[in-house]
Design a binder for this molecule. Structure first.
Ligand code: ZN
Ligand code: ZN
Length: 274
């Protein structure tokens, strides 16, 4: 009989809540499920509100600004209540949009989050780049370059702890171009100690990420890797086999996820923007 090594999920810093309109479960369910799964550190990083400058535009897959206070209160109170059982971190998943990042910073700073992860689902300012949904269409080389530039610019604010699904951008152009561009991203991440996330939900739902070509570049450049469950349902925190599969895939590329202690959790907004 084949024996399977039991893998523990030590930590997960990518967890959503119902406030983003496409996740389910009570906040407490995520915490209790994580404890049952043996997770030692659970980070909440729900989709941030944004302050778009386009009149009437708001994306449906993120919390509204008026829910942020409730989110903060809930997570901070769970953090206290469960402090003897699990370490809870309070954060947001954030797109870096140049036109409204000042406003976002000012808004989020009042809640004093422990960390932010960058999940750059769109480029430009979300509403201003045609066919911008980076993981749906092949927009060619310009889009890829724009994506890499924007991620690096966002990371340079010093506000982010890691990059969620860095390989979200769907690209079917020249493999050498892909390599060169993504190498820039990975080298920046390596030089500045930003781990890159192998996204467990992307693997589960067979999205265009995790992209094996990208992870070979991560290995080649020596950037840090970690696993992010990207839980939109407490059940995702129990999917140990899936998690183990992802870990094996990473191992197949010669990579192992960082231990939690090796991750530099950056307190956001500690340096001025611009
Ligand atoms: Zn989501
Ligand atoms: Zn997410």
């Amino acid at each position: 009989m084949k024996t399977r090594q039991v893998i523990k999920m030590q930590y997960n810093l990518h967890t959503h809540t119902y406030r983003c309109n496409h996740a389910v479960g009570e906040d407490r369910d995520y915490v209790e499920t994580a404890i049952k799964s043996g997770i030692k550190v659970l980070g909440f990083s729900d989709h941030t509100p944004q302050f778009f400058k386009k009149d009437g535009y708001y994306s449906f897959f993120r919390m509204k600004p008026e829910l942020a206070e409730d989110y903060a209160k809930s997570i901070l109170s769970l953090k206290k209540e469960y402090q003897n059982d699990i370490q809870i971190l309070f954060g947001f998943e954030v797109e870096y949009y140049p036109e409204c990042y000042d406003r976002l910073r000012e808004f989020l700073a009042q809640f004093e989050p422990d960390y932010l992860i960058m999940g750059q689902h769109f480029i430009g300012n979300e509403h201003d780049v045609d066919e911008y949904y980076a993981n749906e269409r092949n927009r060619g080389d310009l889009l890829l370059r724009h994506y890499v530039d924007q991620v690096i610019e966002g990371l340079s604010t010093g506000d982010f702890t890691y990059v969620a699904h860095p390989d979200i951008l769907y690209y079917i152009g020249d493999p050498d171009f892909y390599k060169n561009e993504m190498r820039r991203l990975c080298q920046y991440a390596r030089d500045n100690a930003f781990p890159l996330e192998y996204n467990v939900q992307g693997f589960k739902y067979k999205k265009c990420y995790p992209n094996p070509a990208f992870w070979r570049i991560v290995k080649e450049t020596g950037a840090g890797a970690l696993l992010g469950i990207d839980a939109h349902d407490p059940v995702a925190l129990t999917e140990i086999e899936l998690y183990s599969d992802c870990r094996s895939r990473l191992a197949g590329t010669g990579l192992a996820p960082l231990e939690f202690e090796k991750i530099k959790i950056r307190k956001p907004f500690s340096k001025p923007f611009r």
